[in-house]
Design a protein. Structure first.
Length: 132
């Protein structure tokens, strides 16, 4: 058994914060970067959805990583919902899960199906381009 413990983050999920709106580009890019870290370790998140992305307005601390001045506030992203994470092409999705709406998923991303990196990529593209 594994457990992930994180600090309390005084923010909200992207679903509540941006309900009915497109997400800011900087926020979408941060989610893409977080996925790149997981994928570099051959891990599939399995649930890239707005309710698994916490957002918080925080001061910029690195002027080189942003076109914003140090101290200027910007959105910061915290990816959560790691209960589905599995090794790509080895682990399977939970057989008892409904997995949400089918249009978010690639072919094969089904309850009991083998987890693939491409499934995250499809969910990310929907996440990045939708207003819900």
């Amino acid at each position: 058994m594994h457990m992930v413990i994180m600090d309390r983050i005084d923010g909200s999920d992207a679903l509540d914060q941006f309900d009915g709106e497109y997400l800011p580009e900087s926020l979408v890019k941060q989610v893409e970067a977080a996925l790149a870290v997981l994928h570099s370790k051959n891990l599939v998140h399995g649930a890239i959805r707005r309710y698994n992305v916490l957002v918080k307005m925080e001061p910029n601390v690195n002027s080189e990583a942003s076109d914003m001045a140090v101290g200027e506030k910007q959105w910061h992203v915290y990816l959560i919902g790691f209960e589905w994470v599995g090794e790509a092409n080895k682990d399977r999705y939970n057989i008892k899960s409904s997995m949400g709406r089918h249009e978010y998923r690639s072919t094969g991303a089904i309850p009991g199906g083998i987890m693939e990196l491409v499934h995250d990529k499809r969910m990310y593209l929907h996440f990045a381009g939708s207003w819900y």
